[in-house]
Design a protein around this ligand. Structure first.
Ligand code: ZN
Ligand code: ZN
Length: 210
């Protein structure tokens, strides 16, 4: 899908059906991989097929279903792993990233760049703005660029992220959605961490949690 210079390619990976996105500057072909949960080969094949240069891997938060292919893809593309500072420890701790319950556990290489509210990630001529939306985890973020919001496990179509994991807070999550996401332009396209794309206008009108 092409949105004013931003190319977005979605892959559904892992048993948890995580949405992994390749988001690229359509002209320079520089790209981010957002939330590579698993199946590194599918993601790298897609990146090569799109003819993009992967310049970074961003995790919207540190849960295992969003980080499982980090290390393999860092090895493939030799690019930094980027995550909010409050979730960085989840990368290397299977207990904290919730994978310890499912066998040997999933770990990632440690973060190369730590994010905080208001940071920008440059991708070609585009700039992805970091919006800190704690509540699903302490270091959950959304990324906003060119009228598109990557909302991780913060905001879904007709739903919001779970808040019963360590670091979760339903009050924080709903506050963050109201004060930082629903104020974005209504036509903003929302690409969540699971499930179908939606828009800010649709969620304002129909999301029963908000
Ligand atoms: Zn999660
Ligand atoms: Zn998830």
């Amino acid at each position: 899908m092409l949105v004013v210079g931003l190319l977005v390619h979605r892959l559904v990976v892992s048993p948890f059906e995580t949405n992994c996105y390749i988001a690229a500057d359509e002209s320079t072909r520089d790209a981010l991989i957002i939330d590579p949960g698993e199946e590194a080969h599918l993601i790298s094949d897609a990146a090569y097929g799109l003819d993009v240069t992967v310049i970074g891997i961003v995790n919207t938060h540190g849960h295992a279903d969003h980080i499982g292919a980090n290390s393999a893809l860092k090895g493939e593309f030799n690019c930094p792993i980027i995550i909010h500072e409050a979730d960085a420890h989840l990368l290397t701790d299977p207990q904290a990233n919730l994978s310890a319950a499912f066998g040997p556990g999933i770990v990632s290489c440690p973060a190369d760049r730590l994010l905080k509210e208001g940071d920008e990630i440059a991708v070609g001529e585009l700039s992805f703005k970091v919006i800190h939306t704690p509540g699903h985890t302490s270091g959950g973020i959304c990324l906003f660029a060119e009228g598109v919001l990557f909302s991780g496990d913060t905001l879904f179509m007709d739903s919001i992220g779970r808040t019963d994991f360590p670091g979760g807070s339903q009050k924080q999550l709903i506050d963050a959605i109201h004060t930082k996401l629903l104020v974005l332009p209504e036509e903003t396209l929302v690409y969540p961490g699971h499930g179908s794309p939606t828009t800010i206008a649709t969620e304002k009108q129909h999301n029963p949690w908000l």
